[in-house]
Design a protein around this ligand. Structure first.
Ligand SMILES: [Zn+2]
Length: 71
């Protein structure tokens, strides 16, 4: 048996909406950064969504840390 060279998509998280998606995937509009739903959005909208997503990630980490410290 040999190792398969078949390309298998990797699980990624969308920078704009936070959804998980597989990239690359045949027939999908998804990019390395964006899920299929967000890939078609205007650049100006994506900038806002990405900023929100970054902030949400930061808050999630802060919350997890706070919960950990509080027991
Ligand atoms: Zn998305």
């Amino acid at each position: 048996m040999t190792m398969s060279d078949e390309q298998i998509g990797k699980d990624r998280t969308c920078r704009a909406c936070g959804a998980g998606f597989v990239y690359p995937q045949q027939g999908s509009l998804a990019t390395k950064r964006l899920c299929p739903s967000c890939a078609g959005l205007p650049e100006a909208v994506l900038r806002v969504l990405e900023a929100h997503q970054l902030e949400i990630s930061r808050l999630k980490r802060a919350l997890a840390r706070a919960r950990g410290e509080a027991g």
